[in-house]
Design a protein around this ligand. Sequence first.
Ligand code: LLP
Length: 429
Amino acid sequence: KREIPVNSEGHYTIGGLDSLELAKEFGTPTIVYDVAKIKEQIAKFKAGFEEENVKYHISYASKAFSSLAMYDLVAKSGIGSDVVSGGELYAALKGGMDPQELEFHGNNKSRAELEMAVDSNVGYIIVDNFYEIDLLNEVLTEKNKTADILLRLAPGIHAETHEYISTGQAKSKFGFDLQSGQASEALEKTLANPRFKVLGVHSHIGSQIFATAGFVEAAKKLMDFLSAWKEKYDFTAEVLNLGGGFGIRYTDQDEPLDVKDFVKIIVEAVKEKSKELNYPMPAIWIEPGRSVVGEAGVSLYTVGSRKDVEGVGSFVAVDGGMGDNIRPALYGAEYDAVLAKDPNAPIAQNASIVGKYCESGDILIKDYDFPKTEPGDVIAMLSTGAYGYVMASNYNRNPRPAIVFVEDGKARLVVKRESYEDMIRNEIL
Ligand code: LLP
């Protein structure tokens, strides 16, 4: 079970600060990050590799949560970041990321995005498809430049997770298919072109994965192919990038493996294969997103109206909802929440915690056992740090929430709450 910290007044605390005070100071809905937790996760990932004594590179998958302050934190933590669009690239650079530490991903990068990546000297481009090989070649030729690339492969492995966030299976829009020979063709093409320096291969099998089996299987399969390609093309990969996808705890039913242990199991599998095949040990790269920020984030909401129908059910409505966290509605994702003023108060009701959006599907937590609530109470929804804010919308013209970082007993606003004015800024009357 996860620990629910409280202060001397019995209030739920985030990074040592009173959640009720945070709600008062910054308003609700607000997403609060405990920076120490983010740093701790990064340190654990590093420790896993250090203990295994291998070459590695950690790239934070910033699609999980990005803001200038987050990129700044990542830059100062000494790891890289992956970006998947011109927008993420722009923000990463503005946030102070070293372009050489960036990996550029995406299954349909535009010419403009590739030009931007090349012009800003992005460290690595993860090439996804044949169209991109040609497009990138054109861009590099025009600018008389070269690029360090990895080939994204679809290893044909099914990760046990939600269909929408499973990406490694053969029927996937991402990457060169391994089985059908597409991958070897892509390798042949890129090796033959001096504009490309092929560092290695990449696969990402999915997200919110608890089992190590899929990663181990992917690692072994890619090593087998690399070994065959060494014979055939005299190509030795420097890098084996196994993507992200490490699962986190949303509810007490989730029991994720410590990320340090996760890393060690993957590295061991690659080491074993490297010995078996007599293949030089590649550097192992990973791209964790959710596991870096997910559990560090908490959404604070204020309770408003309620509805009770005898024998049917109860609804407790809060001032946010599917606009700031689409995951329950989109994936059926489950969360836990606590009553900020007294997380240990006895269970007094079974109610769905719902949002303020004009949709019946706007349910944050369905049929939840919860203490007694009154209008004005603050509810803290836990583990909302990943794929919440970044997937937020202005549906119903609700402004996006504020983001606050808490560290060393201090809170600082890192993203302002949107205003009504912000929401009409691009509109022309
Ligand atoms: N690398 C690649 C190539 C990816 O596509 C992803 C996530 C990651 C790394 C990071 O995966 P993570 O460590 O965060 O699991 N919106 C969904 C998740 C989509 C994941 C997309 N790709 C959700 O809310 O569950």
